[in-house]
Write a protein that binds this ligand. Sequence first.
Ligand SMILES: Nc1ncnc2c1ncn2[C@@H]1O[C@H](COP(=O)(O)OP(=O)(O)O)[C@@H](O)[C@H]1O
Ligand SMILES: [Mg+2]
Length: 282
Amino acid sequence: MRSIALTNQKGGVGKTTSVANLGACLALLERKVLMIDVDPQANLSIHYGVDIYGDRKSLYDLMIGEAKVEEILCRTNFENLDLIPSNINLAGAEIEMVGVVGRETILKEALDHIMERYDYVLVDCPPSLGLLTLNALTTVREVVIPVQTEFFALQGMSKLIDTIRLVRRRLNPDLQVTGIVACMYDGRTRLAQEVRANIEQYFPDKLYKSMIRKNIKLAESPSHGKPISSYDRNSLGCKDYMALAREVIAQEAVLRRAAMPAAPSDSAPQEGKQTSVAGGNG
Ligand SMILES: Nc1ncnc2c1ncn2[C@@H]1O[C@H](COP(=O)(O)OP(=O)(O)O)[C@@H](O)[C@H]1O
Ligand SMILES: [Mg+2]
């Protein structure tokens, strides 16, 4: 099982679009996928046509202990693809939980028993580094950072990396950045190419080769309540997310090898050794 939070405290960089479509593409490639909407804006839930205004219980109810996972879990219309929806009530959770002991691990504890049923758990984070994002980072083992290849792409990145380090030290020693995905990429512009080069310098070996190009079909599909693979299978957007899904799947073998205990012939003590987070940023 791989659990991945798509995190960037900047809004509008492609987090939700990536969870929605990477999730759908992984499911098409026969991985069993759970998507979790941890954003009170509930864009991911809307993307899959969930009615977020009705009485339906959501992640909020789970986090305050008023619902069981089984009550809020949605089967989407797509095989291998489930969703835990959010709604605006979740916005209150950050404040309501301020005084709660262990508030950073509420999500992890609520989901622990179902995560193992899936090959991939993808978490869509809100555009902040508040308590909801901390809960997401405590629940997963991997972080993928979507970035928009524009001038301010790397602004705020050191704050994000600091937060990830802090979570790793205090709450989740397994957490590591396993990828950066360039979204809304327009390779015709020199700026996009420069920013891409910059990201590669700042995060050596982390940038996925599959770039997600700007594609209007990706922006249209949420209003149809469908992922791109169902809305327009022949679009560039679908091709890009399929390529990304294959690249993510190809990481499985690498991560498995990294997780294996060191061979006995290794002389150096390996216990407790961790794969470093996003190398090259001090
Ligand atoms: N590759 C893309 N091409 C065109 N539009 C995109 C692309 N990726 C995202 N968008 C659009 O950009 C906006 C912001 O994307 P979104 O995934 O919601 O960002 P975030 O979740 O980081 O706030 C949305 O309207 C989305 O439809
Ligand atoms: Mg979003």
